[in-house]
Design a binder for this molecule. Structure first.
Ligand code: ZN
Length: 261
């Protein structure tokens, strides 16, 4: 059995939560850490966790690549975190802008704004002792690692991690987690990343409803993919699937302080 460490259950693709969880269970996935992107999706994420408290754990987030989000939107999310800190398992997805920088007229200003916003959210994570689920791909990863250290954050995962090997090593050395998606099945970059880090520093996720290519072409994405990701991790690490799944689930429970049942 395995837990999906990062899924957007607020998405309309998962409107039928009961069916989503049933389908996941048939794939040995017994739950998901659900992340939000803004105030609206955070409300839906809280509702999902309330509807299935034994299978869905909520994180409240503010997606850094959604450049339309305003400072008022950020304040709403900060208020949500303050109001719900005792019933959420983390803050996410938060992080630094990267993909959106190609589309904006002034990427330097957007990055500076992103750093400032991340700092505010990390302060809340430190205040409530909550782990963070980070979106900080490629060139943003090193910056995000510095921010974690500056704000004295002790628990974090770099979700769908992609960064130069030396940055990945620095992240793992600092005691943080990195996570992989279904892209591990077909993408050499992700396979090398997994080979280069200890199993104890790895998480698996679907990032559903994100759709994947290769063997997943044309199939729905959701928490049920997490067991396929774990299976591929096991193969790369030369371990029995059950052993890899146990360690990966333990990692997710450690990061988000979930009760192992
Ligand atoms: Zn995500």
């Amino acid at each position: 059995m395995i837990i999906d460490s990062h899924c957007h259950l607020h998405d309309p693709a998962f409107a039928d939560l009961r069916e989503t969880l049933r389908r996941s269970l048939t794939h040995d996935v017994w739950g998901a850490v659900a992340v939000g992107c803004d105030a609206e999706t955070n409300i839906q994420t809280l509702a999902a966790a309330a509807a299935a408290p034994k299978a869905v754990w909520a994180c409240l987030g503010f997606h850094p690549d959604r450049t339309r989000l305003t400072d008022d939107d950020l304040e709403r999310v900060e208020e949500q975190i303050a109001a719900h800190h005792s019933r959420i398992v983390g803050i996410g997805e938060i992080g630094l802008p990267w993909y959106s920088l190609e589309r904006v007229p002034d990427p330097t200003a957007i990055m500076a704004r992103g750093r400032d916003r991340l700092g505010r959210l990390l302060d809340l994570a430190a205040r409530w002792d909550l782990p963070v689920a980070l979106h900080a791909p490629h060139g943003a990863a090193a910056d995000a690692l510095e921010a974690l250290k500056r704000h004295r954050i002790e628990r974090a995962v770099f979700h769908w991690h992609k960064a130069p090997a030396e940055v990945t090593h620095a992240i793992v050395d600092a005691g943080f987690f990195v996570s992989v998606t279904a892209d591990i099945v077909s993408r050499e970059r992700d396979r090398e990343m997994v080979m280069g880090v200890p199993l104890e520093a790895l998480l698996v996720e679907s990032d559903g409803p994100w759709k994947y290519g290769g063997e997943f072409e044309g199939t729905d994405s959701g928490p049920w993919l997490a067991s396929r990701v774990a299976e591929e991790v096991a193969k790369l690490k030369g371990l029995p699937v059950e052993d890899a799944m146990f360690q990966l689930s333990t990692n997710t429970c450690r990061l988000f302080d979930l009760i192992w049942v």
